[in-house]
Design a protein around this ligand. Sequence first.
Ligand code: M6R
Length: 369
Amino acid sequence: EKGGFGSFMDKEIHDQPQAVGDTLLGRTDLQGDLVLDDLRIDEAVLRTVDKIVVIACGTAAYAGHVAKYAIEHWCRIPVEVELAHEFRYRDPVVNEKTLVVAITQSGETMDTLMAVRHAREQGAKVISIVNTHGSTIPRESDAVLYTHAGPEIAVASTKAFLSQITAAYLLGLYLAQLRGNKFPDEIAEIYEALRAMPAKIQEVIDRGGRVREIARWMADTSSVLFLGRHVGFPVAMEGALKLKELAYIHAEGFAAGELKHGPIALIEPGQPVFVVVPSPRGRDSLHSKVISNIQEIRARGARTLVIAEDGDDAVLPFADEVFWVPQCPTLLSPLLTVVPLQIFACELATARGLDVDQPRNLAKSVTVE
Ligand code: M6R
C-alpha cells in the first residue's frame, strides 16, 4: 500500500502533484471560467459578503493563512484567519454578511465543527474545504468544495495541505470573477500558472536528494528555526510544525520581519535556520529585506538553509545550503517552498528511527474539543 515508499508520509509527499492536479481538474468550463459545481450557495450572497473568516486547526490553518494573502489580493475582501478553538470561545463578530470558510482534511475535527455551528448560529454562511467525503463538517456547511487529495493516512498532513491551498485559490479566483474583480488579466494568468503547478511540484520532489542528505546529517539537532515573509510566513510555520510532530525537535517558525523584535536573540553559532526567500520578481524590497535577514543571522553564526527560486543568485553569498524551487507567481509559491520542508522533517524523523506515520501522542483526526 505504501507503493514502495518507506512510509505513508513519504508516499503522500510523492502524491502531491497528482493531489493538486486532481483538485484543479474539471473546474473550468470551455471558456476557461471557473465552475464549482459542488459549491451550492446562492451567488447573490457571495456577491454581498463583506468579510471572510477562515477557521481551521493545525496545518489546515496554515493553508488558511496562505488563502488570506491570495483572496485579499484578488478579491479585495478582508480575510481573517482564526484557529477554530479560539474563534468559538471569544464572541467573534460574524453575521449574515460574513462568509466563513472552514478548512479540514478529515471533516471531523471537533474544534472546527463547533466553530462552524457557532458561525451558522450567528447567520454566517459556511463553505467548507474538505478532503473526506461523507464526513460531518460538509454536512453541516452551506456549501462544500472538496479537495481531491485521496485518502491521507499519515498523521502529518502533506498532500491535504497542498490541496487545501489549491482549493482556496480556486475559491478566491471564483469570488474575484463573481464580484467583478479589478484585475481580470491577472486572474487569467494565475489560473494558467496554477495549471502548471503539479509539474513544478514534481520537479521539487525530484530535486529532494540534497535535502534528504542534509536531514540525515542533522538527525541529532536539538532545535531548528524557520523564517519566512508574506506567503513564506505560513510556510515557515508549517515547516516548524512538521518537525515538531515527526521528529520531536524544538522548532519555531517566525515572520522574518519579526527577527529584530526578539527572535534574533536565539541565534548562536551553529543554530540551523531555514529561510524561505520571496521571489526577486515579486513585491519590491521584500526579497532584499529577507536577504538582509539571512546576512544578519549568518553574521551571528547561524547555519542558513535557504529555499530560493531558480536563478536567485543573490542568496548565494549568505547561504550554507540552497534548495532551489522553480519560478512561479509569488502567491502560488507555497505549493513549492513547503515541499523541501516536508521532505526534511520526514527524512530526519526516519533517520532518528521514529515512526513518521504515527507520531507519539497524536491522532489523525481530533474528534474531541
Ligand atoms: O482534519 P483536519 O484538517 O481538520 O485536521 C487539522 C489538524 O489537526 C491537522 O492539520 C494537524 O495539525 C496535522 N497533524 C498536521 O500535520
